[in-house]
Design a protein around this ligand. Sequence first.
Ligand SMILES: [Zn+2]
Ligand SMILES: [Zn+2]
Length: 155
Amino acid sequence: MILKVNNFLVQLENDFPSLVFKESADFAWQADSQTVRYNPKADHWQWLLLHEVGHAGLGHAGYKSDLELIRLESEAWEYAKKHLAPKYGADISDAFIEDHKDSYREWLHKRSQCPKCGYGGWQTGPDHYKCPSCFSAWKVNSDKFKHVYRRLNKK
Ligand SMILES: [Zn+2]
Ligand SMILES: [Zn+2]
C-alpha cells in the first residue's frame, strides 16, 4: 500500500515538476506558492488530490464571486476526471463528483439566503451579500465550504 501511495505521488511529481506537493490535514490548491496540499489518510485521497492538481493545471488563481468559485470547482473536477484520472489509473466516480457539487450548491445557498427574510441575496463583494427584498446586508466568512455562517451587518 505504501509503495502504491509513493508511486502515485512520484508520478505526479514527475509530471508536474513546478508544483510543490505537501502532506497536510486537508486538500487545497495555493496558487501563490504553486502548492498542492493533500491528506493521504482521507477516503479517496487520490481523487481529491487530482482535483487540486486540476485547479493547478487550469491555472486557477482566485475568484471574484461565490458563483465563480463554484464554476472553478466544477471545472477542476471535469479536468481531473477527463485528463488526469486516466493517466494515473484512478477512476473517479461520478457520484463522488456530484456529491461535491451538491455540497458547493448547499454552501452557496446557505451563504446567499437572507438571514432576515429568507430571500435569495445578491453578492456585492467577496464576502458580502445584500437582499433585494428587505435590503438587509450581511457578511459571510471567506473559508470556502467550511463553517458557513451569516452575520447581519450592524447599521
Ligand atoms: Zn477545488
Ligand atoms: Zn431579506
